[in-house]
Design a protein around this ligand. Structure first.
Ligand code: FES
Length: 123
């Protein structure tokens, strides 16, 4: 259950409770946190959207469309872009940063460990 120094680990799910591609929204110390199971591990974000406080972690996970030039585009990062259900602001689920304004807008993210056992969020 080792996390960053000064953090406290809280068990939020059993080892096999959240399927890959799934999520669980939990309450920790009065904070709502979304825990997402990505193909390579878990990530956790504060549920509250920094725009107007929608339940961001209830939004869909989609991908990113980028374009190297006119008429060409790529769709990648499938399942890693979290779209707010109210006004569709998008966030990188891996770090909580806004997809369009990553230096100014973000939602808090929390480290997650499993150590082969239950899912632990460090707050
Ligand atoms: S409340 Fe999330 S985009 Fe507006």
């Amino acid at each position: 259950m080792s996390g960053p120094p000064g953090s406290r680990g809280v068990v939020v799910a059993a080892a096999d409770e959240i399927p890959v591609g799934g999520r669980k929204i939990v309450e920790v110390d009065g904070r709502s946190i979304g825990v997402f199971h990505l193909p390579d591990g878990y990530v956790a974000l504060r549920t509250t959207c920094p725009h107007e406080s929608a339940p961001l972690c209830e939004g869909i996970l989609t991908g990113a469309i980028t374009s190297p030039g006119p008429g060409r585009y790529h769709y990648d990062r499938r399942g890693e872009i979290l779209r707010c259900p109210w006004h569709r602001w998008e966030f990188d689920v891996r770090n909580g940063r806004s997809w369009t304004d990553p230096d100014r807008v973000r939602v808090r993210s929390y480290p997650v460990t499993t150590d082969g056992g239950p899912v632990v969020v460090h707050v």
